[in-house]
Write a protein that binds this ligand. Structure first.
Ligand SMILES: [Zn+2]
Length: 316
């Protein structure tokens, strides 16, 4: 009887041990698979930065975007779900230069990485805003500055994913070659427009760096701020400029109200000059956002090409 009890106890003990072992094995396997599935979350403010992270680290991270494509970052205000995104972020990347004017304090508070913080001041343009001089935030139309922001994003991603440094570096170098090709394409294409017609009129002043990069004169009836109403004075001044230079076409943008350019056209008409407004689906310039997913221009390189081709078609 004693022997039976001992055997039973031993059997129970063994069963206990076995089940414990198998439990702990299961637990460790599931933790490992979770770790494999769970990618670091990178939160970016705009479609440009989404594209940069996609190019550098598409397979390695989960990307969350705050300001959707086609929305205006100058006027964007934070929504409750944005705070959830920022809370779960392993890395936050933003443009800086006050581009994300109304949410920048939240990005700073969450230790976001300002991708333009180390830009050389001498490489940046200034513009006037309500009588004050401010830095022009639309740096992405200068390809050298865009490359610098991409390199800064690479550095931040490398810190997040040190084990993937080689992949990130390879992607950065391959992209840099493509950006150089894009720059050459732009210089050649814009250069094919006769100098006297190489004038770009857009609703808000977003193409200063583009002007410097591709040698095309720019004018806009409105400064950097996209929420202010257009004044009659600004409208008249730009209309006079269009008539004086016999500008063939003026351009709408995806992130601002196209009605502004129609007003400008009417103003020119009153002065006896017909100017074409380039607007409508796939006929607007992308200035402060890429195209929505699935539309040509949903990555930076295609977006710049779309803009360049639209200008050449209508100004040449
Ligand atoms: Zn802008």
């Amino acid at each position: 009887m004693k022997k039976i009890i001992i055997t039973l106890l031993a059997a129970l003990f063994l069963v206990g041990c076995t089940s414990k072992v198998s439990e702990s094995t299961t637990a460790s396997t599931s933790t490992e698979s979770q770790a494999q599935e769970k990618k670091p979350v990178v939160v970016v403010t705009t479609s440009f930065l989404e594209d940069i992270v996609n190019v550098l680290a598409q397979e390695l991270v989960e990307i969350e975007v705050i300001i959707p494509a086609n929305e205006d970052p100058h006027t964007y205000e934070a929504k409750p779900e944005d705070f959830n995104k920022l809370d779960k972020a392993d890395l936050i990347l933003y443009h800086g230069l006050h581009f994300e004017g109304k949410i920048v304090e939240f990005l700073e508070a969450k230790n976001g990485v300002d991708l333009t913080a180390n830009f050389d001041k001498a490489s940046l343009l200034v513009m006037e805003e309500d009588g004050h001089e401010i830095v022009d935030p639309h740096f992405w139309f200068d390809i050298e500055l865009y490359k610098k922001a991409t390199t800064n994003a690479y550095e931040a991603l490398k810190t997040l994913l040190p084990e993937h440094e080689e992949v990130l570096k390879t992607n950065l170098e391959a992209y840099s070659v493509k950006l150089d090709e894009l720059k050459e394409y732009g210089i050649q294409q814009i250069g094919s427009i006769e100098k006297s017609q190489r004038i770009l009129i857009t609703p808000h002043d977003a193409f200063g760096y583009f002007s410097r990069q591709y040698d095309i004169q720019v004018a806009a009836p409105q400064g950097v701020s996209t929420d202010a109403e257009l004044s009659i004075e600004d409208l008249t001044k730009t209309a006079d400029f269009i008539v004086e230079h016999q500008v063939k076409a003026i351009f709408a943008e995806t992130t601002t109200d196209p009605a502004r350019m129609e007003k400008l056209k009417e103003s020119c008409k009153a002065k006896g000059f017909e100017v074409k407004v380039v607007s409508g689906e796939h006929q607007e310039l992308y200035s402060d956002s890429l195209a929505p997913k699935g539309v040509f221009g949903d990555n930076y390189i295609d977006m710049v090409k779309h803009n360049i081709d639209l200008m050449v078609t209508n100004l040449k």
